[in-house]
Design a protein around this ligand. Structure first.
Ligand code: UDX
Length: 467
């Protein structure tokens, strides 16, 4: 029975079931949400695929239910964005039947009355459909910004008005999208013209999951960052919206990293002056050409700025996914930068950003990285690759003014100049000062009873109990 497999089940009457999308940038916020809900007394059960499966040993308080997917779906993560989008769709459909069986078994085991709801990633429409058929209420977790949700919701309009699909040679890339300020066409979530239909379908599935099947939308954002965008999303939705972010501030020890975090360089950071080190990381999926890596490396070297750089396995296209950073970096780079730089395969990012020596972050502008940087008052160099990263960059540069984009072709000279601008120029110091103000505003949202995100968590807990 439930008490046997989940020791706290007898004490904790209410179970919340979770199903994250199995990608790092989505797993982290879901586990942080799990931490928040567990802290409020809910028992947590996590459904997961074999692909990017979490390690149950690191979460002894939660119960894990594997949902098998057919052979061939649990191999290495796809690299190209078109393949990621297709993989997300295929994954949802592939696990549908097995999830139905597992969910039915869990509902019977816990007793239906003891299960409050299922929280699933907005990308997993089939999971919402299964739960709905079994009369289980669902909540949707959108792990990106409110603005990125609004972009997905606006997809039919954006296509109808001709903003999408974006033409690669389009002279209109800088045209403002008047219906969705401050986005320009280039900032919209989009994909190559040939795969435009895939993206339309993804947007439609996501919006259906939220508007037709869920009892509320949870967003990993906060009032001080996106008040206007949150008002817009609330205006358009019939279900409540819970802006409970940034979740990593409520649940810091996530333990959900898929790669082993190399902590050995935290001590190395101690030796550097405050705000002098550039942290460089492009998240878990973005990948670059061998040429761009070479220009990035020599640009970093030429800037003369101390750095900690994450070169994860598979960062460079075509390099074997297990390729170490030594294999990916240009010859002579490590020797040339030994005095003031370190390269790791994967870092404890939140701790690195929190370290007093770190004064800038060169990022791909994933939403987690963006909020983690903002919460530590660290300004950013942005090099967006796909998806919501272009829109996040637009907000960083144009709205919050805590960083700027490194656009165009990467050349070592322009990389050097951008790094110096961020790290040593007056301009960068002003961005750092504004990032410091945003850090304080984030702390107000997440602290004390009156903080907007704290109140949103209270409302979410009440809502879950009422379902
Ligand atoms: C993906 C998308 O690219 C992103 O745009 C979307 O918002 C979420 O899904 P990802 O590319 O992995 O995510 O980026 P990001 O959202 O920044 O998430 C990366 C996570 O990995 C962060 O929580 C970060 O702290 C963690 N990380 C990154 C590490 O723990 N160590 C590292 O070395 C680098």
């Amino acid at each position: 029975d439930a008490a046997a497999v989940y020791p706290a089940a007898g004490r904790r009457r209410w179970h919340v079931l979770l199903f994250p999308l199995p990608y790092q940038g989505h797993i982290n916020p879901m586990f942080r949400l799990a931490g928040v809900l567990h802290g409020r007394g809910f028992a947590i059960t996590v459904f997961h695929t074999d692909f990017n499966a979490p390690d149950p040993a690191r979460h002894p308080d939660y119960r894990f239910v594997p949902v098998p997917v057919p052979d061939g779906m649990s191999g290495p993560a796809p690299v190209a964005i078109e393949d990621v989008v297709a993989h997300i769709d295929a994954m949802g459909r592939a696990c549908e039947a097995a999830f139905r069986d597992r969910l039915a078994a869990v509902l019977e085991e816990y007793s239906r009355d003891a299960v409050a709801c299922l929280v699933a990633d907005t990308h997993l429409l089939p999971v919402f459909e299964v739960a709905t058929r079994l009369a289980l209420p669902t909540l949707a977790l959108r792990t990106g910004s409110a603005a990125s949700y609004a972009c997905f919701a606006a997809y039919p309009m954006l296509c109808e008005k001709g903003y999408l699909p974006v033409q690669v040679q389009d002279l209109q890339l800088d045209m403002p999208v008047n219906e969705l300020p401050p986005f320009r066409v280039r900032d919209l979530i989009h994909i190559g013209k040939d795969s435009h239909d895939l993206m339309c379908e993804m947007a439609a599935r996501l919006v259906t999951a939220v508007t037709k099947l869920s009892s509320g939308l949870i967003l990993n954002t906060f009032d001080a960052l996106e008040r206007r965008e949150l008002e817009g999303v609330r205006r358009d939705l019939a279900v409540p919206v819970f802006d409970i972010g940034p979740l990593h501030k409520f649940s810091p020890v996530g333990g959900s990293s898929l790669l082993c975090q190399d902590r050995s360089r935290l001590e190395w950071l101690d030796a550097w002056a405050p705000e002098s080190v550039l942290y460089v990381s492009f998240g878990s999926l973005a990948s670059m050409s061998a040429r761009d890596l070479v220009e990035t490396a020599w640009g970093i070297a030429g800037s003369g700025v101390p750095f900690l750089w994450v070169v994860r396995p598979g960062l460079v296209h075509g390099c074997a996914s297990e390729g170490s950073h030594q294999q990916q970096l240009p010859e002579g780079f490590e020797a040339a930068t030994r005095e003031r730089g370190r390269v790791v395969a994967w870092a404890p990012q939140e701790e690195v950003l929190r370290h007093r020596a770190v004064g800038g972050f060169w990022t791909h502008s994933g939403w987690n990285s963006t909020t983690e940087s903002i919460c530590e008052g660290v300004p950013m160099l942005c090099r967006p690759y796909f998806g919501d990263q272009t829109g996040n960059t637009r907000y960083v540069e144009h709205v919050w003014r805590v960083g700027f984009e490194v656009g165009g072709d990467l050349e070592r000279g322009s990389v050097e100049a951008a790094i110096r601008r961020l790290m040593t120029d007056k301009d960068g110091a002003e961005m750092r000062a504004r990032a410091g103000e945003l850090k304080k505003a984030a702390a107000v949202c997440t602290s004390g009873k009156g903080g907007s995100s704290c109140m949103a968590i209270d409302k979410l807990v009440t809502h879950i109990m009422s379902l």
